[in-house]
Design a protein around this ligand. Structure first.
Ligand SMILES: O=C(O)CCC(=O)C(=O)O
Ligand SMILES: [Fe+2]
Length: 345
């Protein structure tokens, strides 16, 4: 057997997140491609998360996205507030501190009120597919503002780049499932995806030691809604993934990798053979918090939320229901997402 490169990025409390070399899928032999596809699918079926190395997105592209994101969040608050997130249907625009509230699947509704008591310490900008009728992206005005022009160019370019990676990853999942490699192409070519820039501001360490005993977090426990999320994180740390034992395990940043997780709609689509695993962002782990400083430094991350084309109906994939039956009714992708977002904001 031709060997491929799979190691363990995280292994704790029965949570094993594989680190997978994607180059063997893109340019390996047919056997290597197949094994890589199986490793990717297996990661989503067991942990719900993978780390991807040797992916096709250049490091310089990612640096530029982070640099432009930081510049955006540096803008005066009034400028950002003028770009406010305006509807679940559009899911575009800026959310200030405390605006978005996480939403959990129906069975966990009782948890929501508890989580809402403590707002997240983050701000974000959501950027959708450009040119969607009646759903404009909320760009800082470009007239006479070169930074704003660059920002728009860089983010639109990145949107397309990530869309391509989503298509490749869904091809890997198809191949891993033993269905035609191009099976998902007609579900991923629309690019109905959302690029979310995230800024967790630097805060006093005291903020995390609440007198009322409530857990203060940077982003509350949640699962993502769509098919896959591509997560680019800086070196700060703080992302945690829930293990099968119910503990939260650090998903430590590994330079050059993308953390990819399956969302609720992909879990549903796979008749729950793929897992959408809960995760959250807390303060950086002790060793990374640079000494006895009074504050934790800011953290930046970039999440690209992928969705099946909004007009497509999502129902159990071939090979996932023949024995157990279909657990869910078909639902249109866009309808599912709007329902989830409506409960979130
Ligand atoms: O910032 C992160 O690392 C995670 C963000 C996240 O999970 C989300 O926005 O859904
Ligand atoms: Fe998330």
């Amino acid at each position: 057997m031709a060997d491929i490169h799979v190691s363990q990025a995280v292994a704790q409390d029965d949570l094993v997140i594989p680190l997978i070399d994607f180059s063997a899928f893109l340019s390996g032999t047919p056997a290597q491609k197949h094994q890589t596809a199986q490793a990717i699918l297996n990661g989503f079926q067991t942990a719900g998360f993978i780390y991807l190395s040797n992916h096709p997105i250049p490091a310089s592209t990612i640096s530029s996205v982070f640099a432009n994101s930081a510049k955006f969040f540096d803008r005066p608050q009034a400028q950002k507030d003028a770009l406010s997130w305006y509807s679940p249907e559009a899911n575009r625009g800026y959310s200030g501190y405390g605006r978005e509230k996480v939403s959990l699947p129906d069975e966990d509704k009782g948890e929501v009120e508890k989580l809402r008591a403590v707002p997240d310490l983050k701000e974000s900008l959501e950027i959708g597919r450009e040119g969607e009728e009646g759903m404009p992206n909320m760009w800082p005005p470009v007239d006479g503002d070169d930074d704003a022009k660059t920002f728009k160019e860089v983010m639109l370019g990145f949107h397309d780049t990530c869309k391509d990676l989503h298509m490749q990853l869904m091809r890997a999942i198809a191949l891993g499932m033993g269905i035609d490699e191009s099976w998902f192409d007609g579900f991923t070519d629309g690019g109905d995806n959302t690029l979310r820039l995230l800024h967790y501001p630097g805060v006093s360490k005291k903020v995390f030691q609440r007198a009322d005993g409530q857990l203060q977090v940077r982003a509350g426990e949640h699962s993502d809604y769509g098919s896959l999320t591509l997560l680019f994180q800086d070196e700060r740390g703080g992302l945690q993934v829930r293990s099968p034992k119910g503990t939260f395990v650090n998903a430590t940043p590994i330079p050059g990798t993308i953390v990819i997780n399956a969302g609720d709609l992909l879990a549903r689509w796979s008749n729950d053979t793929i897992k959408s695993t809960k995760h959250r962002v807390v303060e950086p782990p002790p060793k990374a918090d640079s000494s006895d400083a009074e504050t934790y430094p800011p953290r930046y991350s970039v999440a690209y939320f992928c969705n099946p084309n909004f007009e497509r109906v999502i129902e159990a994939l071939p090979g996932t229901y023949e024995e157990s039956g279909k657990k869910y009714e078909g639902i249109r992708s866009g309808e599912y997402l709007v329902k989830r977002l409506t409960a979130t904001y």
